[in-house]
Design a protein. Structure first.
Length: 383
């Protein structure tokens, strides 16, 4: 039996939401920017949150709960990744986890590699942790993007002590190959560097693509790596504030355990309750429906971009973000500004992802086909 797609909420309901996506622009703008999605919650999440509200279950998050075991079971089912629940700790969100782990592995002033174009907060994450950003841009190949392993090796040789890996990568949607992750782990082992892997988009990898959780790439990856992830992207739970920090060997686990107690106390109770419901087997059918919908939306985006003069993009391997290159369009300057003004479509501005993002925009396609068609019609008219 085929999987039924998930239907996004109608725009009148979406406009009643109070989150950033729906409250940043006037009602004549279609918001396709920040990575929130427009679908109804998975039923198990709605149920558990409604019960918690009815009970007034709004206190502090206890240190141990079913979250770790449920998360580990999800990783095994979805990625064949065996996670030890005892090596999972929680915090408020993925970015907090990245900052605190970096603080645990670098000294002030150490270099930290990032690979732009990349999720803009990575820049501040490094500086907040006391590090210095060491940019090693992704390499553009004829089949997409890949890690510049020579550039990363040079950065490690020159003293960088850690790297923030984004796998799957935001904004390009690249799922890094097992070979490149294994090679990265070898470099980390050789130079004594740490890899902190942000895998928040992993549940949204296309069914046809093989995803390698970094910690499974090799023994060296397990020895030199940390993974930070959350149910917040796939299940739209960003406001509930829970993320997982995962290790797979003794030294990284010791480092996680030595972080200040406050790091775990920042975990949101609603995020834990919703996370348990999201990772439960009961919600797999909802996630499969979402993946079918995103597959359909990727096609709408591919057709829409192909019809725009001077715009190009590669279908992402994962996630619901499209990275659109507008270098050959006639728009001068930042296309997101032009399109907000002339098409009333809000997209992310490419240069915020690093200089490599000049004249690019990022489009969030986790919405209805109607909104996507309307957005492309407005953009085409504006061009
Ligand atoms: C790669 C990546 N990391 C982290 C985040 C934010 O996660 P959180 O809200 O849990 O900090 C996002 C949000 O889009 C993201 O794309």
């Amino acid at each position: 039996m085929g999987v039924t797609p998930l239907i996004a909420l109608p725009i009148e309901q979406l406009r009643r939401r109070s989150s950033t996506k729906w409250r940043s622009y006037a009602d004549d703008v279609l918001p396709l920017f920040v990575a929130e999605s427009d679908f109804p919650l998975a039923p198990a999440i709605t149920r558990v949150l409604a019960e918690a509200v009815a009970l007034g279950d709004t206190g502090y998050t206890p240190p141990r709960h079913a979250y770790q075991e449920t998360f580990a079971a999800f990783c095994e089912r979805r990625f064949g990744w065996q996670v030890d629940p005892a090596q999972v700790r929680t915090t408020g969100d993925v970015v907090m986890g990245l900052v605190e782990i970096l603080r645990g592995v670098i000294a002030p002033g150490d270099g930290v590699v990032i690979t732009p174009p990349v999720y803009p907060p990575f820049y501040d994450t490094v500086t907040e942790a006391g590090g210095i950003v060491r940019s090693v841009p992704l390499q553009v190949t004829n089949v997409g993007w890949s890690l510049d392993l020579d550039g990363i090796e040079l950065a490690f040789q020159q003293g960088a002590k850690a790297m923030l890996l984004c796998n799957p990568h935001n904004p390009t949607g690249t799922v890094h190959s097992r070979e490149s992750l294994t090679a990265l782990a070898s470099l980390a082992a050789q130079y004594g560097a740490w890899i902190v892997s942000d895998e928040i988009h992993a549940p949204l990898v296309r069914p046809s693509i093989d995803f390698t959780p970094f910690l499974t790439a090799s023994d060296e990856a397990a020895a030199r790596g940390f993974t930070v992830t959350s149910a917040s992207k796939a299940y739209n739970l960003a406001g509930l504030k829970t993320a997982s920090m995962v290790t797979a060997s003794r030294e990284p686990a010791r480092i996680l355990a030595s972080l200040p107690m406050e790091v775990e106390w920042r975990t949101g109770l609603f995020g834990v309750l919703a996370g348990i419901a999201a990772y439960a087997e009961e919600s797999d059918a909802w996630l499969d429906s979402l993946l079918v919908t995103l597959e359909q939306n990727r096609q709408i985006v591919a057709d829409g971009v192909a019809a725009l003069p001077g715009a190009e993009h590669r279908v992402p391997d994962a996630g619901y973000l499209a990275w659109i290159n507008m270098q050959r369009s006639t728009i001068e300057g930042d296309p997101s500004k032009y399109l907000l003004h002339h098409a009333k479509v809000a997209l992310n501005s490419g240069p915020t992802f690093g200089p490599e993002g000049e004249r690019h925009v990022r489009m969030n396609f986790a919405t209805s086909p109607e909104i996507l068609h309307e957005a492309f019609a407005r953009i085409a008219a504006a061009l």
